[in-house]
Design a protein around this ligand. Structure first.
Ligand SMILES: [Cu+2]
Length: 370
């Protein structure tokens, strides 16, 4: 019912401008549109966030036929030194030397072909979290495939099932390999015409992760103490175990958005009135109650499945559990420096010191008329 309602005109206008004007099939409307097209009278009447129509596609729409597009990626899993924060460097595992790994962005109906090259000293695999794939492509050793041995490769290939916000990650020794960085975002766009296209002024992806890293000097001190010991064979073993366990325990002390802890996280720059879509992906083993200051947001999808207009809850704090993804939208209502942060406040610290971790700064620029 809202799908034909035009709520374009949200950019660069004085008040909260979700101008409602009927624009049936209007390609210049919100769904196709030109910014700032609402009339002055319409602009004065703000549309509640709850009534902004959002259609995203997902598995409940009929499966589109193959697009005929082959999308190829190569992911090289290898040990990497990853800087979570200046001066805080993790002995990470990463795809293509970055964590999260490169964003894979395809369209539903595409054929996705990903070659995994294992340059780790241990076996690994890739699981396509949330996608509907043939069993043999699910990436779960020993059930659906043999683990990919060090030095070996494996090619995953399947037709992308449906639009939504997903992720990919290792499914071998997962607590260890994921905590070290073997994951990445996987975004599937709706096929043109499959659903009514929804227009967003800005879109951001936030992949949330947690790190268990030695405090500055801690690892070095331990190693020094050990050097003095007589039995060097046992000592090496102990040291190995200690280093391995660093990413296995649950006492995480650094928290990252797209691999970086605040203040190393880049700010978002938006304009007053922008309709902003955020894709939240939680790859950590923790729950993150993500809280937005200054305005509410609306939850429009979970785990890649779009929510119906009746389900689309308006709120300002959303608990994102381990392995979950959410799509939320908000209108950047007023200018200023706003924060979107985890409200488990240990997660907005860097090794116990705030501010840090899961803090996203949003810089909202005033529209010209205000
Ligand atoms: Cu948190």
């Amino acid at each position: 019912m809202f799908s034909k309602t035009k709520v374009r005109g949200v950019g660069r206008v004085a008040v909260v401008v979700l101008a409602a004007a009927i624009a049936v099939g209007d390609p210049g409307g919100w769904f196709g549109g030109q910014p700032g097209s609402g009339s002055a009278a319409a602009q004065a009447e703000a549309v509640p966030l709850a009534e902004i129509p959002i259609a995203l596609g997902g598995s409940r729409t009929p499966l589109p036929p193959p697009t005929g597009q082959l999308r190829e990626y190569e992911l090289v899993a290898a040990p990497t030194r990853w800087e979570v924060l200046p001066g805080v460097v993790a002995d990470a595992y990463a795809y293509n030397n970055q964590t999260p790994g490169p964003e894979i962005r395809v369209t539903e109906g595409d054929t996705l072909r990903v070659t995994l090259r294992n340059e780790l000293n241990e076996p690994t695999s890739i699981h396509w979290h949330g996608l509907h794939v043939p069993n043999s492509m699910d990436g779960v050793p020993p059930f659906t495939q043999e683990a990919v041995a060090p030095g070996a490769s494996f090619t995953y290939e399947f037709q992308v099932s449906h639009a939504g916000t997903f992720m990919y990650h290792s499914h071998v020794d997962a607590a260890e390999q994921i905590d070290r960085g073997l994951y990445g975002p996987l975004i599937v766009e709706p096929r043109p015409g499959a659903v009514e296209p929804t227009r967003f002024d800005r879109e951001f992806t936030m992949m949330l992760s947690a790190w268990n890293l030695p405090q500055a000097g801690e690892g070095a001190d331990e190693m020094e103490g050990m050097e003095g010991m007589e039995d060097t064979a046992a000592t090496d073993e102990e040291a190995d175990e200690q280093s391995e366990s660093l990413s296995m325990e649950m006492d995480y002390n650094y928290f990252a958005i797209n691999g970086k802890a605040f203040p190393a996280t880049p700010s978002w720059n938006v304009d007053q009135g922008d309709l902003v879509r955020v894709r939240l992906i939680n790859i950590s083993n923790l729950v993150h109650p993500m809280h937005l200051h200054g305005q509410d947001f609306k939850v429009v999808a979970k785990d890649g499945e779009p929510w119906s207009p009746e389900q689309q809850l308006v709120m300002n704090t959303l608990s994102v559990g381990a392995g979950e993804t959410y799509d939320i939208v908000f209108v950047a209502e007023s200018p200023g420096t706003w924060v979107f942060h985890c409200h488990e406040l240990h997660h907005t610290e860097n090794d116990g010191v705030e501010p840090g971790g899961l803090i996203q700064v949003i810089e909202t620029a005033a529209s010209a008329g205000s």
